[in-house]
Design a protein around this ligand. Sequence first.
Ligand code: PBG
Length: 327
Amino acid sequence: MDLIDRPRRLRSNPFVRSMVRETRMDAKSLVYPIFIKEGVGIKEEISSMENQFRYSVDMLPRALEEIAKSGVQNVMLFGIPDKKDPSGCGAWIEDGIVQKALQVAKREFPELYYITDVCLCEYTSHGHCGMLKGNDVDNDSTLPLLAKTALSHVQAGADMVAPSDMMDGRIAAIRREFDKNGYENSPIMSYAVKYSSSFYGPFREAAGSAPSFGDRKTYQMDYHNRKEAMKEALLDINEGADIIMVKPALSYLDIIRDVANEVNVPVAAYSVSGEYAMIKAAAKMGFVDEENIICETATSIYRSGANILLTYYAKELAQFMKNGRIG
Ligand code: PBG
């Protein structure tokens, strides 16, 4: 047949397929989220997230060793405190759970890079991401608390902070606090485009951070909206964000692509707990092949424009990237 274009030529064997791949990934761009709680000798599995654990600080070095061995070099720390109160003061105290974890982690594993989630929802008795005024989170009185929390993290050794609260103006507040205190070189990865999502369900069980009433719709974004994503991203860049995150990832590939096309900073995507739990559950039922699905979904997130991927499958993906199964 007289066919000039035969796209199959470039698919005919693994050599040529891997040569012409359009999406290249590197394990160095992966970030592994990890949960730390008060106590001793604890490594407990999170029931909605098989093979993900809550660790006490003394058990952290072993977990970090495993992470480093897998080829992942970036970790995102989430703290689960013992005590909660209305303002969430456990988030910024010197002997808070994240602060203690950072001290140990930086001492035992300085070869890893530590990013901390900055938010109050794990620390407030009501489970919302800031100070309440009536039944809603008060934006402006929450800002100094977030800035204080972020500062306490870098003082304890955090390499980068990642505010996930979605208050207006928090990037500027944190940047100002850092610069005032000599941390002008500490970068901020903003959860700039964070949708109000049911995909966070398993995380809230893991971190005990579900709101005790209402939802997060007055601060997290409405998933019908696309232009608003750009508004949030550009606002945060203007306020000093070094990296912009889109979250969740899989249902938001269009948003990742929009943001990647428009901004001049690195774009991160967070493949959240619900995405992980869905794949795990389907794989367990034998409905999908877990490894293949991990590879395909992660690649789709990079293909849509993400430069950095936060995922509970980071360790597995690092292996797949290193052995050339993807990337
Ligand atoms: C804290 C925070 C959440 C997640 C990351 N930081 C939960 C939420 O906003 O309710 C979700 C992560 C995940 O689901 O894996 N605000």
